[in-house]
Design a binder for this molecule. Structure first.
Ligand code: FAD
Length: 641
C-alpha cells in the first residue's frame, strides 16, 4: 500500500539520534514521520542509564541550546547529578547524570507525542524508495510505502546486528530487540561503503542481592554528604532542580586477583580472543576481559554500582562490560566484594553491527551517493547516546533545511563540539567507535558547557528550533551578562578606602591603585564574592526581575567571572580562529580531479580524491594530507588549476 500522506522528512529509528532528528525537523515546520521498530523503546538507553560526562556533557548542552530534548529529559529522569572536573578549568568541567531509564524514556515519548508536525509509526523499515539517485521514501516490513522528500537513517546497532555471549551468537539489534537484516542487505546492495564495529554491555544485577555495606557509597552533588550539599546541578538551560525526582547514591566496589583469574580462565571461550568477533570495539569503553588482558599488571579495577531507576532494584555494574560465557560472568560477578550472593538479571553481551563510512557523507551528513538520504548516530561509527543525539539533531536540521530549499547549517570547529564531531567524522572517518573528548577540540576554551546557549541559541532561533520561552530566557541571560560586564568595567574602586574585609586581605597586594571591578576579577585568587563586598554588597543583577533572579544570577555571575578570568586566553583563541577563517572556509571545486594535481604526492592525491573535501580546512585535516600538500594545493588553486 502507498500511504496517502506524503512527508517532508522520514526518520528511521527511535533511538537518541532518531528522536532528536525527528523533533528538530518537526520544530522547523517540516511534516515528519518517525518510523521505528517499537514505540515502547523510543529513547531507550541500550547500555548504562547515564547521560553526559566530559565532552559528552558538552554535546548535550549544545543539543539543548538548539532546543533539543536530551537535557530536559535528563532533568526529568536524573536520579544523581555530578559536575565532573569541578576543580579544574571551566573548559573541561562537565555535567553527568544517572538517569531512571523509565522516567527518561517517558519524558522523550511525551515530547515526541506532543510535537506538532510529527507523526509516529511502529514498523520495521526494510527498504528505501529510490528514484534515480534520489531517495523518495521508505518501505516497511508490511510493505507499506511512505513517500518523503528526505530520509534520515538512524538504525544504531541494529543493522545486521549479532549478539555474542561466549561462543554462542544470534541475530539481534540489542538484547530483546530484532536486528534490521533486510535494510542492511539493501544498503549493501547500494554499495555504500561499510564495515563492522562492536560494543558491549555488562550483566545487570538485582540490587536486593547486593550487600551494599561492603561497598563505598558515592553520593551525587547536592546530596547529603556530597559536594555542594543542597545545590543540585541542572542539565538544561531551561531546567531546574525542582524537575529532578528523588536523588539516590551510587556505590563503588573493586575487582581483585580472584576476579582477574576467573576472567583469564574464560579467554579460550571469549568471542573477542577466539576471533568470532571481527568488529573493532570502543578503546575507551573496553570490556573487562580486554582490560585484564591489556593491563595485566593492574591487580584491581574500580566498579561503579549504578541504580537503573527508582522503581526497580536493577543495578548496572559500570566497568564489567563482557561477552565471556555466562558461567564465567556468574563467577566473576560473585568474586566482587558485596556481590558474593548477587543474582544476575540479564547476562552481559557484545554486539556486532554494520556501520557506514562517514567519509562518504557530505558536510551536512547527506550521503554522496543518494540525494536526500542522511545518516546519523551509531550508524556513522560513533558510540554513545550524546554523540548520537547531537548527530541526529544535526541531520534533522539539515534534512529540514534541504526540504525548505535553504543552505545547509554547518557549525565550525570553533563554534561547537557538534562542529568538531561532524568534521572529525567526515574528514578522518573511524577505525574504532568514535566518542567525544574535550581534547578533540582545539578551541575548547570557548567551547564550554556553560556558554553553549550563547554560542548556539541564536542560530537555533533563526532556523526555527527555539521556542519563545527558551528565546526569552536566553535573551534575559545574555542581556544580564552584558549589563553586568559593563557595570564591572565601569565601576572603579580603590581597595585602600574600603573597610577591612576578607576580600581586602585577598586584594591586599593591589591596594593603593584604582581598579575597575572587572580588572580585579581577572586577578588570580579574586572571586565574585570578594567583589561583592568591595562593591558595597550591591547585588550584581539587581535589574533582573525577581522571579528569575534566583536561577539566573548564578549562571550570569559564572559567565561574567569566566569571561574576566580567561579573557586573555579567550581573546588569543579568537585571534587564531579569525586568522584561520579564510583558509578554513575556502571552498574547493567540487569537480577537481586531484590525481591531475601532479605537484602533490600520490598519497595526498589519493586521500583527497577519496574524501573529496568541500573546503580547504577540511582538506587539511584528512589523514595523509600534510601542511606542505595544502600549500601546494593553494598554489594550484591560485593558478586557476
Ligand atoms: P540506537 O539507540 O541503537 O537506536 C536505534 C533505533 O533504530 C532503535 O529504536 C531501533 O529499534 C531502530 N531501528 C533500527 N533499525 C530499524 C529499522 N530497520 N526499522 C525501524 N526501526 C529501526 N555507548 C556508550 O557510550 N558506552 C557504552 O558502553 C555503550 N555500550 C553499549 C552496549 C550495547 C550492548 C549497545 C547495544 C549499545 C551500547 N552503547 C554504548 C551505544 C549506545 O547505546 C549508542 O551509541 C546509542 O544508543 C546510539 O544511538 P542511535 O540513536 O544511533 O541508535
Amino acid at each position: 500500500m502507498l500511504y496517502p500522506q506524503e512527508f517532508d522528512v522520514i526518520v528511521v529509528g527511535g533511538g537518541h539520534a532518531g528522536t532528536e532528528a525527528a523533533l528538530a525537523a518537526a520544530r522547523m515546520g517540516q511534516g515528519t514521520l518517525l518510523l521505528t521498530h517499537n514505540i515502547e523503546t523510543l529513547g531507550q538507553m541500550s547500555c548504562n542509564p547515564s547521560i553526559g560526562g566530559i565532552g559528552k556533557g558538552h554535546l548535550v548542552k549544545e543539543v539543548d541550546a538548539l532546543g533539543g530534548a536530551m537535557a530536559l529529559a535528563t532533568d526529568e529522569g536524573g536520579i544523581q547529578f555530578r559536575i565532573l572536573n569541578a576543580s579544574k578549568g571551566p573548559a573541561v568541567r562537565a555535567t553527568r547524570a544517572q538517569a531512571d531509564r523509565v522516567l527518561y524514556k517517558a519524558a522523550i515519548r511525551r515530547m515526541l507525542e506532543n510535537q506538532p508536525q510529527l507523526w509516529l509509526f511502529q514498523q520495521a523499515v526494510d527498504d528505501l524508495l529510490l528514484e534515480g539517485d534520489r531517495v523518495v521514501g521508505a518501505v516497511t516490513q508490511l510493505g507499506i510505502r511512505f513517500r518523503s522528500r528526505s530520509v534520515v537513517l538512524t538504525a544504531g546497532t541494529f543493522l545486521d546486528g549479532r549478539i555474542h555471549v561466549g561462543l554462542k551468537h544470534y541475530p539481534a539489534g540489542r538484547a530483546g530487540d530484532p536486528p534490521a537484516v533486510s535494510l542492511s542487505a539493501r544498503l549493501k546492495e547500494l554499495q555504500l561503503p561499510q564495515g563492522r564495529l562492536k560494543t558491549g554491555t555488562p550483566p545487570r544485577i538485582d540490587g536486593r542481592s547486593i550487600d551494599f555495606s561492603k561497598c563505598e557509597e558515592q553520593p551525587g552533588d547536592g546530596m547529603p554528604g556530597g559536594v555542594n550539599e543542597g545545590v543540585l546541578p541542572v542539565f538544561s538551560f531551561m531546567g531546574s532542580a525542582r524537575m529532578h525526582p528523588r536523588q539516590v547514591p551510587c556505590w563503588i566496589t573493586h575487582t581483585n586477583a580472584r576476579t582477574h583469574a576467573i576472567i583469564r580462565s574464560g579467554f579460550d571461550r571469549s568471542p573477542l580472543f577466539t576471533g568470532t568477533i571481527e568488529g573493532v570495539g570502543p578503546r575507551y569503553c573496553p570490556s573487562v576481559e580486554d582490560k585484564v588482558q591489556r593491563f595485566a599488571d593492574k591487580d584491581s579495577h574500580q566498579i561503579f554500582l549504578e541504580p537503573e531507576g527508582l522503581s526497580t532494584h536493577e543495578v548496572y555494574p559500570n566497568g564489567i562490560s563482557t561477552s565471556l560465557p555466562f558461567d564465567v560472568q556468574y563467577d566473576l560477578v560473585r568474586s566482587l566484594p558485596g556481590l558474593e550472593n548477587a543474582h544476575i538479571l540479564r547476562p552481559g553481551y557484545a554486539i556486532e553491527y554494520d556501520y557506514f563510512d562517514p567519509c562518504a557523507l557530505r558536510s551536512n551528513f547527506e550521503t554522496r551517493q543518494i540525494r536526500g538520504l542522511f545518516f546519523a548516530g551509531q550508524i556513522n561509527g560513533t558510540t554513545g547516546y550524546e554523540e548520537a543525539a547531537a548527530q541526529g539533531l544535526f541531520a534533522g536540521i539539515n534534512a529540514a533545511l534541504q526540504c525548505r530549499g535553504e543552505a545547509a547549517w554547518l557549525p565550525g570547529r570553533e563554534q561547537a563540539y557538534l562542529g568538531v564531531l561532524v568534521d572529525d567524522l567526515i574528514t578522518k572517518g573511524v577505525s574504532e567507535p568514535y566518542r567525544m573528548f574535550t581534547s578533540r577540540a582545539e578551541f575548547r576554551l570557548q567551547l564550554r558547557e556553560d556558554n553553549a546557549d550563547l554560542r548556539l541559541t541564536e542560530a537555533g532561533r533563526r532556523m526555527g528550533l527555539v521556542d519563545d520561552a527558551r528565546w526569552d530566557a536566553f535573551g534575559r541571560k545574555r542581556d544580564a551578562v552584558l549589563r553586568e560586564t559593563e557595570r564591572l568595567k565601569s565601576t572603579w574602586v580603590n581597595p585602600r578606602n574600603l573597610p577591612a574585609t576578607e576580600s581586602e586581605r585577598v586584594l591586599g597586594k593591589h591596594i593603593g591603585h584604582e581598579y575597575s571591578l572587572f580588572e580585579l576579577l581577572r586577578r588570580p585568587g579574586v572571586g565574585y564574592s570578594d567583589l561583592m563586598s568591595l562593591d558595597g554588597g550591591r547585588y550584581a543583577c539587581a535589574d533582573v526581575s525577581r522571579e528569575t533572579l534566583g536561577a539566573l544570577s548564578a549562571v550570569v555571575l559564572e559567565q561574567v567571572e569566566i569571561a574576566a578570568k580567561y579573557a586573555g586566553y579567550i581573546d588569543r583563541q579568537k585571534g587564531e580562529v579569525e586568522r584561520a577563517a579564510h583558509f578554513e572556509k575556502l571552498r574547493l571545486p567540487a569537480d577537481l580531479d586531484y590525481m591531475q594535481v601532479t605537484a602533490l604526492s600520490i598519497e595526498a592525491r589519493q586521500a583527497l580524491n577519496r574524501h573529496r573535501p568541500e573546503t580547504l580546512g577540511q582538506a587539511s585535516r584528512i589523514t595523509g594530507v600534510t601542511p606542505a600538500a595544502i600549500s601546494l594545493l593553494m598554489v594550484h588553486l591560485k593558478k586557476g588549476g
